[in-house]
Design a protein around this ligand. Structure first.
Ligand code: SF4
Ligand code: SF4
Ligand code: SF4
Length: 176
């Protein structure tokens, strides 16, 4: 017992002194980050099962997050097939969590080139919820409406800025 608590304390200490400096967008069906990190065994089965290749391994040299899966929208977007949930042996990805949490797209207008008066429209044309989740003001300036967003990340994948001007944020569904 003493050994285990020392290992845990060492892991927590390592995490505290080398916290990752960015937030990772975890696979669909994940709960909060703390629960995810506690339960994910880094087996990579979700990544192997994903047909689009959007799932990737974290490569940061932080031992807590190294090799954990995240949605890398540089690669692709999520088809919401949930093969990752089916493949996950630990239950850290679950259909129950899909009921509790969802992802919605959020725009950083300070990065978006449309707000520097560059013609773009990339996110708008990529969105399966066009004119609902993303509308255009004056044919150029995107506005995001989270109540209609499906959390697919197509807009993030399509965004040409580096770094991306759009991210997905996890929100808790009402009444859960
Ligand atoms: S739901 Fe399907 S497309 Fe989306 S991350 Fe999971 S396996 Fe990949
Ligand atoms: S399948 Fe589940 S336990 Fe394995 S890496 Fe993916 S989320 Fe973690
Ligand atoms: S995440 Fe998908 S549904 Fe939501 S705004 Fe982006 S493209 Fe549209």
């Amino acid at each position: 017992m003493l050994g285990k608590s020392l290992v845990q304390a060492a892991a927590e200490f390592t995490y505290e002194v080398s916290k990752p400096n960015k937030t990772f967008i975890r696979p669909p069906g994940s709960a909060d980050e703390e629960t995810f990190l506690a339960l994910c065994d880094k087996c990579g089965k979700c990544i192997e099962a994903c047909p689009t290749g959007v799932l990737d391994r974290v490569k940061e040299m932080n031992p807590i997050v190294l090799d954990t899966p995240f949605m890398n929208f540089e690669n692709n977007y999520c088809e919401q097939c949930y093969a990752c949930i089916e493949a996950c042996p630990t239950g850290v990805l679950s259909k129950e969590n899909l009921e509790r949490f969802r992802y919605v797209a959020k725009l950083d207008k300070n990065r978006c080139v449309a707000f520097q008066d560059v013609f773009c429209q990339s996110c708008y044309w990529s969105c399966p919820q066009m004119d609902k989740a993303i509308t255009l003001i004056d044919f150029n300036y995107p506005e995001f409406h989270s109540e209609h967003c499906k959390g697919c990340g197509k807009c993030v994948h399509a965004c040409p800025t580096i770094p991306k001007s759009i991210t997905l944020v996890k929100v808790r569904n009402e009444n859960t």
